[in-house]
Design a protein around this ligand. Sequence first.
Ligand code: ADP
Ligand code: MG
Length: 228
Amino acid sequence: MLEIEQLSKTFQIHILEGKVIQALKNVSFQVAAGEFLGISGPSGIGKSTLLKCIYQTYLSNGGRILYDSRRWGRIDLAQAAHQVILELRQTEIGYVSQFLQVLPRVSALDLVAEPLLLKNGLPRGEARKMAAGFLERLFIPANLFGAYPVTFSGGEQQRLNLARAVIWKPRLLLLDEPTASLDQQTIGIVVDILKELKEQGTTLIGIFHHDDLMTSIMDRVYPLSREN
Ligand code: ADP
Ligand code: MG
């Protein structure tokens, strides 16, 4: 489903007189449809940068990111027009980081229901019901459903973020340490949710720092090293 060939990404740091940082150098790997690939490696090695290049949050400097899209067949995500990327984000590719992008004055329940309305076209009542089920499962107390997530704890925000990313069942899901501030019991639930998603056909690429529970459901781990 995804074939990464010789991917490179450099950053030019203007405040350091244009010093160039090579975050990724000639990274190549493949991911089959329905596979769960882990990305490992020490802090600062380029794991987040890699996911951001796939999602085109960052434009890469060299190499190809060949993706078998449902809509257009095989396309290079490194070169695809922004409009194409936006549509893929709307219909096929999901991304979740450890930080919640909070929308002002949207309740927790609506935040999680929103992808079902916008991406899957579900009626509001049904979307809210599904969202409530997800929140309950992730131990978000019902009295918080109507509250604004800006005031939530880090762990609560992280769970909302995850719920929002998985509820619409993307075809490819990119996960950047989404369990970083969760306790073991909640991580166990997240593992179950991702396992179900995988069984339903979603391809997953994820970074999970020191997370043995998650490793147990991964098919393979790709280690990023100084070589790339
Ligand atoms: P990891 O996720 O493996 O900890 P990152 O991908 O976040 O590592 O970062 C890899 C390297 O790229 C680091 O040296 C980091 O400082 C640099 N980097 C990442 N994003 C940017 C950016 N937007 N601007 C400049 N440098 C960046
Ligand atoms: Mg990172």
